[in-house]
Design a protein around this ligand. Structure first.
Ligand code: UD1
Length: 421
């Protein structure tokens, strides 16, 4: 297994360019299942989860070629409708094939994803919505077996909770369903906006894009002609590098971003007393004379993203005062706390709330273990500011979602090296 060795407290400077958004690219790859044509997708992040999803498309019978950050995907030959456990266990987002395959073929089998490091993460809302659209669903030998021999029917879906993946699955299913589907309490993340725009560019009428009510006119199984597109920039990767600048209190320019997607992160950094300059495609974090504490509640977009919570916790260890982070989306998303404690942080947990007492400059490098994707990036940030060396083990979590992390950090001045245990 590989690990990262980071020698902390190097001066950071310069600019870092943000890759395409993993969480946008995954549903976009799934939506190629709705298409009859080959689709060229640019600005794909070079990360493990994307390669895993492409492998899943190939297992289903689709074909793809990938060169650097561009893939061409064709699903016209799909002849297998089962997403098997070996893939689903490594990437929960595999559930995103359920909606499009069921809508296109009238049946689909997906291994139940099971729990994961950040919580139980059920898919009941995806299934309930598909049932409302006429699907019959049984759970058999650990697999979701969904069928809709007469096709999915457009319906009114009211999500009990805002669900990103659930909204994506139903948008894709609704695109090939018969009639109109109305999704109430839909998620509004930029990744969903892009998915809707790509499907709409193929002629599917979608009203309410970017709002919590989506109205989709299905094509009644007529496959789509989806246009080529580039994946939007990764707002979580961007936020992570903004936190890297902030935790070292240095000036860094973050390029190739959509600043509006970063509003929640930018505004929390401003509350922490950082000045942030913006232009159309970049944000620049300027150093401050005092990092102030902050109170954060994670919520759905456009609120503060749960995927940035761990990174802000690392940053809060450097604030002059006491910060709180209230995790409202996932029940077990504080796995990074015990690792930050090993680095010398002063953090107390009470249910879903973490209280972080900032102790400027007092983290000390040691060995820590990555537990999930974003928790791992919090450890990287902490290591950048800790004294001495930090070894971050199990970095396969990081490789799932951060393209060329060492390369990008090294370019802005960090001392980061990868080794094999
Ligand atoms: C997506 C993101 C993930 C992010 C999360 C919340 C991808 C690939 N992953 O995950 O990085 O942290 O959104 O912004 O885009 N829930 C149910 N039943 C369901 C579905 C969800 O109870 O059927 C619950 C979840 O357990 C969680 C909440 O709803 O508590 C939100 O989950 P959801 O928005 O669905 O997250 P994902 O799509 O899995």
């Amino acid at each position: 297994m590989e690990y990262l060795k980071i020698l902390g407290q190097n001066k950071l400077s310069g600019a870092v360019s943000i890759s395409g958004a993993k969480n946008a690219a995954l549903p976009l790859i799934a939506c190629t299942i709705l298409a009859k044509n080959e689709i060229k997708m640019g600005n794909l992040p070079n990360v493990v989860d994307i390669n895993t999803f492409l492998k899943l498309i190939a297992k289903l019978g689709g074909t793809f070629t990938k060169e650097n950050n561009t893939a061409k995907i064709c699903t016209s030959n799909i002849n297998n409708t089962t997403a098997t456990y070996d893939i689903v266990k490594t990437m929960r987002a595999s559930i995103l094939v359920l909606g499009p395959i069921l809508a296109r073929f009238g049946h689909c089998e997906v291994s139940l994803p099971g729990g994961c490091a950040i919580g139980q993460r059920p898919v009941d809302l995806h299934l309930k919505a598909l049932e409302t659209m006429g699907a019959k669903i049984i759970i058999n030998h650990g697999y979701i077996e969904a069928s809709a021999p007469n096709g999915l029917k457009g319906s009114k879906i009211v999500f009990d909770k805002v669900t990103v993946g659930g909204t994506e699955n139903i948008v894709m299913a609704a695109a090939l369903a018969e009639g109109t589907t109305t999704i109430i309490n839909a998620a509004k993340e930029p990744e969903i906006v892009q998915l809707c725009e790509v499907i709409a560019s193929a002629g599917v009428e979608i009203q309410g894009i970017g709002t919590s009510t989506l109205i989709i006119e299905g094509t009644n199984k007529e496959l789509l002609e989806i246009k080529d597109f580039d994946v939007i920039p990764d707002r979580i990767e961007a936020g992570t590098y903004m936190c890297a600048a902030a935790i070292r209190n240095e000036k860094i320019k973050i390029e190739n971003v959509i600043p509006m997607h970063l509003d929640a992160v930018t505004s929390k950094l401003e509350e922490m007393n950082f000045e942030i300059l913006q232009d159309e495609t970049s944000v620049t974090i300027l150093p401050t004379d005092e990092i102030k504490p902050v109170n954060i509640i994670t919520t759905e977009y456009p609120g503060f993203p749960t995927d940035m919570q761990a990174q802000f916790m690392a940053l809060a260890t450097q604030a002059n005062g006491t910060s709180t982070i209230d995790e409202r989306l996932f029940e077990n998303r504080f796995m990074h706390v015990s690792e930050l404690l090993r680095l010398g942080a002063d953090i107390h947990l009470n249910g879903n709330t973490a209280t972080i007492n900032g102790k400027n400059g007092t983290l000390n490098g040691t060995d820590v273990m990555a537990t999930d994707l974003r928790a791992s990036s919090a450890l990287v940030l902490a290591a950048l500011v800790a004294s001495g060396e930090t070894n971050i083990h199990r970095i396969y979590h990081l490789d799932r979602g951060y393209e060329d992390l060492e390369g990008k950090l090294t370019k802005i001045g960090a001392n980061v090296k990868r080794f094999t245990e």
